[in-house]
Design a protein around this ligand. Structure first.
Ligand code: GDP
Ligand code: IMO
Ligand code: MG
Length: 440
């Protein structure tokens, strides 16, 4: 048995979609456990770019079953849009291979409106969210106002819950100058969405448990990244879910004993979308080169991503809190356009050297990163797939990262396509055993 958790070790967009797509052949099931359609997971298939938001990236492999857990905030509108887009690409999205938890929270039409109010009230201190209604939907879950997928299937219950909810939401909306929403209209739309959704709805926890008992392997696909985790990220500049390892258990109804390994997805530099502290951010020509070469624009909102040097303090922290066994390093090819590469190994704060990631965002805002410099390697690693082809200059950078993170790198992604990857099978054998051979 080897169920593997794949998660981001930075502020998201590390290349999780590409790595999940590469690993999927070794598993039977791919499951999302948190977040929602704020995620944008890019996969290239024979030159065609596909971005998954809510549906696990494993859907592009026809023989995999995909699961959306209770830990997600689920937009039925976004789900059916994605289903229609995938169908038009010839992808099989039938309910036999796509399950949605009855207990997932539903994003309702008032959630994005409440988010707008919240963000504009913050003014300059706005989080810079994706405006998909993610935060307000999780707020409703915690406040016990939430409507769950199971409720969409029972019109009487749904009607009552929408009416109850709007009694409060409409007062807030009106106070901020928005027109009140009509319970009848929302009910009608969501009742119909519920009917369409019914064949996909399942008890995901029981399903996964029985599949695992029957020897099936699950790949858990994290969204966002460790530093965007609600508790362990750079609060309040975070998302509203548990994107770290603990989210798997609560977000799928699974025991921690069912997670056999953790693969951390780590970009060879750092990016961040939205506001919040970012010690190694580059506001100079180097940042612009990375953004251009790395095509660093949000896969969900199209916003330019802020770019900076690799931050080993941050990633070491992510490795520790998630128990990362192995790292998949992505996008090192992007660094080839620079004349010098830097990586941060510690911070200085009020004259003291910090090697641990501070938990207060205000402290992180005030640290000075301490850098080690590397020359750019001779020769290109772009689209390489053989470890022996790696230039020695790149290996110096890689060895330094492994030493600093105290974690081995088992995969090196070298381009956007499935085949642009260096796979170090001996390292995966420790987690996947014989099945490591399936991947190369
Ligand atoms: P995710 O949210 O973690 O799945 O990452 P995104 O899909 O939002 O962003 C990663 C971007 O980098 C996508 O456009 C990928 O196609 C691209 N990408 C992934 N791996 C590599 C790589 O090794 N090299 C290059 N140049 N691009 C990559
Ligand atoms: P993937 O899965 C990068 C960021 C937003 C914002 C903060 C809160 O593609 O890596 P939210 O809408 O979640 O309340 O926004 O989190 N954010 C992401 N940044 N990648 C993501 O997902 C993100 N999902 C949310 O930009 O700063
Ligand atoms: Mg993304």
């Amino acid at each position: 048995m080897a169920n593997l958790l794949v998660l981001g070790t930075q502020w998201g967009d590390e290349g999780k979609g590409k790595i999940v797509d590469f690993l999927a052949p070794a598993f039977e099931i791919v499951a999302r456990y948190q977040g929602g359609h704020n995620a944008g997971h890019t996969v290239y298939l024979q030159g065609k770019k596909i971005v998954l938001h809510l549906i696990p990236s494993g859907i592009l492999h026809p023989d995999k079953v995909c699961v959306i857990g209770n830990g997600l905030v689920f937009s039925p509108r976004a789900f059916f849009k994605e289903i229609d887009d995938l169908k038009s690409l010839g992808v099989d999205v039938s309910p036999e291979r796509l399950l949605v938890s009855r207990a997932a929270q539903v994003i309702m039409p008032y959630h994005p409106l409440l988010e707008k109010i919240s963000e504009s009230t913050r003014g300059e201190k706005m989080i810079g969210t994706t405006c998909r209604g993610i935060g307000p939907c999780y707020e409703d879950k915690a406040a016990r106002w939430g409507i769950r997928v199971g409720d969409l299937l029972e019109p009487e219950i749904l009607k009552e819950k929408i009416e109850d909810s709007l009694r409060l939401k409409n007062r807030i909306l009106e106070a901020f100058g928005y027109p009140a929403l009509s319970a009848a209209e929302i009910f009608e739309e969501y009742r119909i969405l519920g009917e369409r959704l019914a064949p996909y709805v399942a008890d995901v926890s029981a399903f996964l448990d029985s599949q695992i008992a029957n020897g099936k392997w699950v790949l858990f696909e994290g969204a966002q990244g460790a530093l965007l985790d609600l508790d362990h990220g750079t609060y309040p500049y975070v998302t509203s879910s548990s994107s770290t390892a603990g989210g798997v258990c609560t977000g799928l109804g699974l025991s921690p004993k069912k997670v056999d390994g953790v693969l951390g997805i780590t970009k060879a530099y750092t990016t961040r979308v939205g506001s919040g502290p970012f010690p190694t951010e580059l506001k100079d020509e180097n940042g612009a080169i990375i953004a251009r070469r790395g095509d660093e624009f949000g896969a969900t909102t199209g916003r330019p991503r802020r770019c900076g040097w690799f931050d080993a303090v941050a990633v070491r922290y992510a490795c520790r809190i998630n128990g990362v066994d192995l790292i998949a390093l992505t996008k090192p090819d992007v660094l080839e356009g620079l004349v010098e590469i830097k990586a941060c190994y510690a911070y200085r704060y009020r004259g003291e050297v910090l090697k641990d990631f501070p938990s207060d965002a205000w402290m992180l805002e005030r640290v000075e990163p301490l850098y080690r410099s590397f020359p750019v390697w001779r020769g290109s690693i772009h689209r390489a797939h053989d470890f022996s082809e790696m230039p020695s200059g790149f290996l110096d950078y890689l060895n330094w990262l492994e030493d600093n993170l105290e974690t081995e790198v088992g995969l090196i992604s070298t381009g956007v396509e499935r085949a642009d990857i260096v796979y170090r099978r001996e390292q995966f054998e420790k987690i996947l055993g014989e099945r490591a051979k399936i991947l190369g």
